[in-house]
Design a protein around this ligand. Sequence first.
Ligand SMILES: NC(=O)c1ccc[n+]([C@@H]2O[C@H](COP(=O)([O-])OP(=O)(O)OC[C@H]3O[C@@H](n4cnc5c(N)ncnc54)[C@H](OP(=O)(O)O)[C@@H]3O)[C@@H](O)[C@H]2O)c1
Length: 328
Amino acid sequence: MRAAFYEKLGPASDVLQVGALPDPVPAAGEVRVKIMASGVNPSDVKMRLGTGSATNEFPRIIPHSDGAGIIEAVGEGVPPARIGERVWIWNARWKRAFGTAAEFVTLPAHQAVPLPDNTDFKAGACLGIPALTAWQAVETDGGIEAGQWVLVAGGAGAVGHYAVQMAKAKGARVITTVSGAEKAAHARRAGADLVIDRRAEDVVAAVRSATGGAGVARVIEVDFAGNIAWLPQVVADYGLIVIYGSSQREAPVSFGASILGNIGYRFFIVYNQPVALRARAIAALNAQLQAGKLQHTIAATYTLDQIAAAHETVEAGRQIGNVVVTLP
Ligand SMILES: NC(=O)c1ccc[n+]([C@@H]2O[C@H](COP(=O)([O-])OP(=O)(O)OC[C@H]3O[C@@H](n4cnc5c(N)ncnc54)[C@H](OP(=O)(O)O)[C@@H]3O)[C@@H](O)[C@H]2O)c1
């Protein structure tokens, strides 16, 4: 098969190669998926650079956890009826060397989830990390209740855009932050009630004013280190800060402001969702897909030969939406 791979960590154009590797054979309990679209996430870039918390050491790595395609072979114990099924993939590159940036991937059958007919392969390649992360951020710790105020940091980001939509679907009143007019329009299309340009406006004042001084019940935070200095000022009493990203690995937290505000902090990483939560997340996400109400945003599409450019686009961080690599 043709695959993109790297054998040492480093800059995309230095280490990513495209070439022929042996076709993988599905072991017992596995399926082989013909990949149609492979999603590129910031964590794929961090793993390739060696800066991610989830970096594994393997002599050769095919990148990318997310993808979508068609099951075209099954291992022992997997119903042959699954051959021909359209699927989306999660965790292909979590504690495993070979991800989705290849013509084929083999992986445990439950990591290939039926992809509803109304959802194309490119959108299917955005689900494993961005959409499941957004779902968990909205549902963790009892979930958002209708009528609550929620602040989604970075509502034009890949995760943030899904989070705005999912919070709205729960009946929340959603405030989000963006940088610039184009991202503002994108966040509004997701249903945000109030969009704050964080580079041009006072976020704390705008959130406090919108919520009548009470603050939000929940923050869904993409940059914990970047925003923690002021977050306690916009969280309601007994509110929750759900953190899925941070620009720095260390950040000081105000004990005084946190304890007086009875603030909860929930960090999580979607790669190791507990089994029961993963099952709930997948069922809920597939129901949302079938209902056809979820907007997906493909920022850019690259071929396998252009994988270094795909990584550089994600690394630059100026795209609006997901970057995917498509395979013939
Ligand atoms: N915990 C997990 O399981 C998990 C899962 C998925 C992603 N992540 C992490 O989450 C981050 C975002 O991933 P993504 O795929 O959504 O990336 P993305 O599509 O590049 O979006 C990132 C967004 O964050 C916004 N942003 C950056 N700094 C900000 C700040 N200080 N305050 C508010 N917004 C800010 C950006 O908007 P502006 O234009 O306003 O800067 C941008 O829209 C990455 O670090 C990724 O590794 C973690």
